[in-house]
Ligand binder design. Structure first.
Ligand code: MN
Length: 729
């Protein structure tokens, strides 16, 4: 397995950039070519000729598709996709992202469809365009302000590929730059949405360049007067402050020069938005904010950061509790820097941020820096930067085997930031977050138990929707209720929230015995389909009752009604008897129903054996299971069985894993991500403490066979701080 340090994603090549590829005559002939040219120059700085030729084609298609369309300003529409692609190119994203940026509005607004894009530019570009289009369809303004956090989560959850969000952020940035052409109400609405949703997402991903621009433009559009007043005040203060800023700058530079530390020292301009927020939240007057002098020292490596810290503490007196070490403990978005507050000359407060060049670049570009695509980077240190970038990424989002190839790198970042949640709306626009797999019944109970108890159906995005089908993020769900309706024990087999399950059970328990028998019988009948309950052969019935340990059919029906026994499991047993073993993955059972032993959870590829266990029927064990050692003693209890390989290919099997880890923050989610990346999923989890540092995690996961299991285990082993991964049996 390639280790994280075995090389850069893209090999660094040291020769000079070749010239831009020639412009195809068709592209050059477009009247809009001059608008595209600067972008093309920019691409030439970091992409190869092949990539640019393909991007030329995307430009040409977008140009034709948007022909005759105009923006609100009256300018030709194509300037928008070009501007969005330019912002994406400034982040140095790859060719696929640039193509998707150029094409991001064509599917919605023109005759071109997704298939055309897939055909000409590949599936990835199509998926990126579709992703952006999907985000465009959420009409944020209908939703309440208090729901912003959920909306942000939802956007991240809906997006499997972070490049979609980067393109969307670029799209929003250009729309904000050109907001002036719109009606004032529309301006205010978009500005508000930008401040509440998109700037925080940029922040979450650590892209402070874009966050800062969105906040600045948002504030200017939402509160034009306040913005103008503050801007004028800042300009004035800047003039008055010039001298003292220079004095402080000079003394820091002089000191660092004296001790021989090479560094860039900058006086940092305060952003109007952050001044405004400080005034609002901390209720500080303007001059108190402006009297804080902010500086940034940028150096070569981490050790030097701490040396600089020592020097500035020696130069100016530090304030108590004024020091924050975001290098040792990065912010959640990966931001790293030392922050210290000091008392400067004349007693003025001074704030200094100390960081490396690399941290500075990361602070500006965040997650986007990871696609800084060095197709032919001439800088020999670029591969080191790339490697560091990947390391950084690893600490935020699970990043496996990043060194393998850029494809694998992208794959590994295609992660749900919130893999276990979905976000759905009420018709009024209120957002509920539910575990993934939740159904309309879960949703109904999440709103109110009365709604759950009386729900008879659901409408999703105005269409009827089965109560048992899992919902998806972004759907608007309407619950249909009727006063006569009551909970259905069948719901218990599809709901996933413990709230819904508990409420349904509680309700069913309250039903009288007689009623339970009737309900249970009806449920069983439903599950059996054409076969009538009364027609169940006597011997099947008595075996069934023995299996569930029930004296008679009525008792079984009561348990079904109360949800203690699932009808599907009863029906499966009965119908299996009737239909033989047509879809049975195990050969040699003689048509007997069977279960897989929970002690060893065998999977295809394992040597297996059937054991007839009193009260449980035929149980399939792994041959190496400790619980079947009495094979010699009671050979009549054992049945020779084997996998029916033709039938198992499309089936999933549960199996157990024992993982020993050195505990640290985030490791569980990294493991769960690794499992996800390996196309498996977790069915059950529990953990144990072995010692202070070492914890044991026991998982039940789902795999196709031993080969698949091996791949999953490899993925888990690649998570840092995982000590051992063993199969449990
Ligand atoms: Mn757009």
């Amino acid at each position: 397995m390639p280790g994280a340090d075995s090389g850069a994603t893209v090999p660094a090549v040291t020769e000079q950039h070749p010239a831009l590829p020639p412009v195809a005559p068709e592209v050059g002939a477009s009247p809009n070519y001059p608008r595209y040219e600067p972008l093309r120059q920019l691409l030439g700085e970091y992409l190869g000729a092949d990539s640019i030729a393909s991007i030329d084609e995307a430009f040409l298609l977008a140009d034709r598709a948007h022909e005759g369309q105009a923006r609100a300003s009256g300018e030709p529409y194509i300037i928008h996709p070009i501007a969005v692609a330019t912002i994406v190119a400034q982040m140095h994203l790859d060719a696929e992202s640039i193509e998707a940026a150029l094409l991001h509005d064509v599917v919605e607004d023109t005759f071109i469809n997704a298939d055309d894009i897939a055909l000409r530019f590949g599936k990835t570009v199509m998926e990126l365009v579709n992703g952006v289009t999907k985000l465009d369809k959420i009409r944020f303004h209908n939703y309440r302000e208090a729901q912003s956090e959920n909306l942000r989560k939802m956007i991240l959850a809906m997006t499997r590929d972070i490049r979609v969000i980067l393109i969307k952020l670029a799209d929003r940035t250009h729309n904000m730059r050109t907001l002036g052409a719109l009606r004032p109400e529309k301006q205010a609405r978009i500005a508000k949405e930008t401040l509440e949703i998109f700037a925080p997402i940029a922040n979450r991903l650590g892209i402070s360049d874009i966050r800062a621009e969105l906040e600045e433009l948002g504030l200017a559009a939402l509160y034009p007067l306040r913005y103008r007043v503050l801007k004028a005040a800042v300009a004035k203060a800047r003039n008055n402050r010039k001298e003292i800023v220079n004095e402080i700058l000079e003394s820091i530079r002089r000191r660092l020069a004296e001790v021989g530390i090479p560094a860039r020292v900058l006086g940092r301009e305060k952003r109007i938005y952050s001044i405004y927020m400080k005034m609002v939240h901390k209720v500080l007057p303007f001059h108190e904010i402006m009297d804080v002098y902010a500086f940034r020292v940028i150096v070569g490596d981490v050790d030097t950061c701490y040396r600089v810290l020592g020097q500035v503490h020696n130069l100016f007196k530090p304030l108590p509790n004024g020091f924050k070490d975001y290098i040792a403990i990065p912010k959640i978005n990966g931001y790293q820097s030392l922050h210290t507050s000091l008392v400067g000359p004349h007693g003025v407060p001074v704030e200094i941020q100390i960081r490396t060049e690399f941290m500075d670049q990361m602070a500006a570009q965040g997650v986007a820096a990871h696609w800084s695509y060095k197709e032919k980077g001439s800088d020999p240190t670029s591969s080191a930067a790339q490697k560091n970038a990947q390391q950084w990424m690893k600490s935020i989002i699970d990043l496996q085997n990043s060194a393998g190839s850029s494809q694998e790198f992208v794959e590994s970042v295609k992660t749900d930031l919130f893999p276990d949640a979905i976000f759905v709306f009420t018709p009024e626009g209120k957002i509920y977050d539910l575990p993934s797999g939740a159904t309309a019944v879960d949703f109904a109970y999440a709103i109110h138990s009365d709604i759950g108890h009386h729900c008879t159906g659901a409408r999703v995005n105005h269409h009827n929707f089965p109560l048992s089908r899992p919902l998806e993020s972004g759907q608007t769900v309407e619950i249909v209720t009727s006063p006569q309706a009551q909970p259905n024990a069948l719901w218990l087999s599809s709901v996933v929230t413990s709230r819904a399950r508990a409420k349904i059970r509680q309700y069913l328990k309250g039903l009288r015995q007689q009623e339970c028998v009737l309900i249970g019988r009806r449920l069983l009948q439903n599950a059996l389909g054409r076969m009538r309950v009364l027609d169940i052969p006597k011997e099947d019935l008595s075996r069934l009752l023995a299996e569930f340990n029930k004296p008679d059919l009525n008792a079984l029906c009561v348990d079904i009604a109360l949800g203690n026994i699932l009808t599907v499991s009863v029906a499966q047993r009965l119908l299996k008897d009737q239909q033989g073993e047509s879809s049975c993955p195990i050969k040699g059972t003689g048509g007997q129903p069977f279960t897989f032993a929970q002690c060893c959870l065998p999977i295809p590829g394992d040597q297996i054996i059937g054991h007839v266990t009193p009260g449980k029927g035929l149980v399939i064990h792994n041959c190496i299971c400790n619980n079947i050692r009495d094979l010699e003693k009671a050979p009549d209890r054992f049945l020779k069985v084997e996998w029916d390989v033709g039938k198992t290919v499309d089936m999933d099997f549960q199996t157990g894993l024992r993982i020993e880890i050195e505990n640290r923050a985030g490791i569980l989610s990294e493991i769960s991500n690794a499992i996800d990346v390996a196309s498996s999923r977790i069915e059950a989890i529990n953990s144990d403490v072995k010692s202070d540092q070492v914890h044991i995690i026991n998982l039940v996961i789902v795999v196709r066979d031993r080969l698949h299991l091996a791949a999953v285990m490899r993925r888990i082993k690649s998570v840092p701080n995982v000590i051992h991964v063993n199969r449990k049996n």
